[in-house]
Structure formats: C-alpha cells, structure tokens
Design a protein around this ligand. Structure first.
Ligand SMILES: O=C(O)CCC(=O)C(=O)O
Length: 335
C-alpha cells in the first residue's frame, strides 16, 4: 500500500447517499479526521451489551479508523482514586535511578494498582461493555494478556516517534487491541496520545527495521505523506471513557506541557487464534486472580495471568516490559 493509500471515503453509487453521515449520523465523514464515539444507552449499561445500532457504529469506526471511544463507561470517581495512587507511585518511581523512558521521551511505563481491593474496580478491569467490544472486533474467546499503563510526565519537552505497537510480522487483520483508560480528562493540553486514524491498514512496510531490542517506528517518508492528508490528532477523551484501539494503529506519546501527570491504564487483548506469549502479573494470595477468573466467566474473555508473591509483583508492577516472556523481534508472534 502507498503511504496515502488507505480505505477511501464512501462514494455514492446512485446519487442517493451524499455523505456517510446521512446513512450513519454517528459516523463522522472520514475527511473530518474525528474519532467515532459510541455512547451506550442506560439499557446497554445495565446489560453490559451493545445494541445493534451501536455495534454497527463501533465496528464501522474500528474497521475504518482503527480506534473508537467507548463513552462514559467507567465511574470517574474510581479513576480519581487510581490517579491519586499513581501520583504517589510516580514520586517513588522517579526517585529511582535510571528510570526507563519510553522512546527516550518523558513517558514511563507503570502498572496500575490491583491491590488492595479498594483499588480494584469492576468497571475498570471487568467491564462487560469493554469485553463485548473486544469480542465483536477480535472474534470469540479473546485472550486478555496485558495490564500496564503509560504516564506522560508533567512539563515534558520531548515526544515519541510515530510508531505502531505491532512491532512484528502480523496479518492484515485485527489480532490485538489495547483499551486505554485515562485516569484524568485527556486532551492536547496534557498530552493525550497522538493517533493517526485509519493507519491500522498499514503493515511492517511502513516501519523502520527493528533495532537490537526490536523497537521500530514509522518511516519519515510514510509519516510525511500521511501528514498531508490525514495527520495525527490529539483527541479529547473524558475521564470515564475508553480509547479502544487496534494495536496496529500509528500513534505516539507526545509531551505533556501541563503541570500534572497524565496517566492511562492499558489493557491488552488478543484474538484467540493469535499465538502470543504475553501474560500479566497479579499478586498471589490477594484474591485478585480469583476475582478476575470469576469476572471474566461467561464473557468470552480468557485471562492469561501469572501469580507472583506480592513483593515481587510490586517490584515488577512498573517494569517497562509488560511481560517476562516478551521478546521484541520482528519474527515471532509476540504480545
Ligand atoms: O502515553 C502515551 O500517550 C503513549 C505512549 C506510547 O505509545 C508508548 O510508550 O509506546
């Protein structure tokens, strides 16, 4: 595919439908470069299932843009509690030596607290609407194998290169999604993630060859050409909404110019047929393992987790590799 060659805008065949909006009012025309937002009704919230109209909107957004906002699906008060924890966690983390910065920018990897129980919220980790969305996009029996998070540190000056997290050979089909949960309102002012709509249709042809650690980013040529047509955007995402994105989507952590950290949780899910190796860690003997097993039962989600003694879990919670077995290589099926 050429740098600008993604799926085109819908063209009327018989002059009846003049723009996609008339057929689907919730789907902004592609050239507007705007995120699709799916707002569940009270009934959908109660049942934890999207209705047909919202399924149509969600799948249209995901297949066209590779990213959709699931609007107001988490109680913002729960995110305030997690955010308060992360403020303290960040202070501790930054007092350590040689803290790893993602792509050398002021962006660090930090896992959210899963314990004690007052930090574990069902609408964050066992959200039925999120699980439904995962199964709609990836197919039945998806695997949940990543719990991590990114912190755009305050008063940042450096941004990340545009990259795709799918840093290995992968099929031109949805195989992995990341649910990003901001613990504060996010916008360009505090470094909401730059996203490039529709770029999940590119593959490794748009990426630089993997370096020694397997890290790769989008080539200057592809970025420059895409910038002319549909450039990256820094969306406004309200606390309580989920930014649901195909792992192949081009994105970048940008500098957070505000005085407050911008934290977001990242939950990762893979299609059942993808032979990834990742597992997420949970603290043993705390009830988290059992709570996740029960909370995913009947939801078409298989959690793949490893229990660690709580002190080891705590030591590794902020590790920048989200899994011990993750080995960045272009060749294997990782994640
Ligand atoms: O924190 C963000 O906004 C995105 C970070 C990111 O893409 C990364 O660290 O790879």
């Amino acid at each position: 595919m050429s740098p600008s060659g993604t799926n085109g805008a819908v063209e009327p065949k018989h002059g009846k439908i003049s723009s996609p909006n008339e057929y689907m009012p919730g789907l902004p025309a592609k050239h507007l470069n705007t995120l699709v937002e799916v707002s569940p009704t009270p009934e959908e919230r109660a049942t934890g299932r999207f209705n047909d109209a919202n399924i149509k909107l969600f799948l249209s957004g995901m297949h066209r843009d590779g990213v959709v906002v699931l609007k107001d699906v988490i109680n913002p008060d729960h995110l305030d509690i997690i955010n308060d924890f992360m403020v303290e966690d960040t202070r501790r983390e930054l007092s350590k030596e040689n803290v790893y910065k993602n792509f050398g920018a002021e962006n660090i990897q930090q896992g959210p607290p899963l314990t004690p129980p007052n930090y574990f919220f069902d609408d964050v980790y066992l959200n039925k609407l999120l699980f439904h969305a995962v199964n709609l996009y990836l197919g039945p029996n998806a695997t949940w194998n990543m719990v991590s998070g990114n912190n755009a540190l305050p008063n940042g000056v450096k941004r990340q290169p545009v990259h795709s997290d799918a840093m290995c050979n992968h099929p031109p089909a949805p195989f992995y999604v990341v649910a990003n949960v901001y613990t504060c309102d996010a916008s360009a002012a505090n470094g909401s993630t730059e996203i490039w709509l529709g770029t999940h249709h590119f593959n490794t042809e748009a990426q630089t060859p993997p370096g020694s650690k397997g890290e790769t980013h989008i080539t200057d040529e592809y970025v420059a050409e895409r910038k002319q047509t549909l450039p990256g955007i820094n969306p406004t995402v309200k606390k309580g909404s989920i930014l649901f994105r195909d792992m192949r989507l081009w994105h970048a952590g940008v500098s957070n110019k505000s005085d407050h950290m911008r934290y977001m949780i990242a939950l990762g899910f893979s299609a059942s047929w993808w032979h990834g190796t990742a597992k997420f860690r949970v603290p043993a003997g705390t009830g988290v393992f059992e709570r996740i097993l029960h909370g995913t039962k009947g939801q078409g989600i298989t959690p793949v987790m490893v229990e660690l003694p709580p002190d080891e879990y705590e030591r590794l919670r902020d590790a920048h590799d989200f899994s011990d077995v993750e080995k960045m290589t272009y060749d294997g099926e990782i994640f």
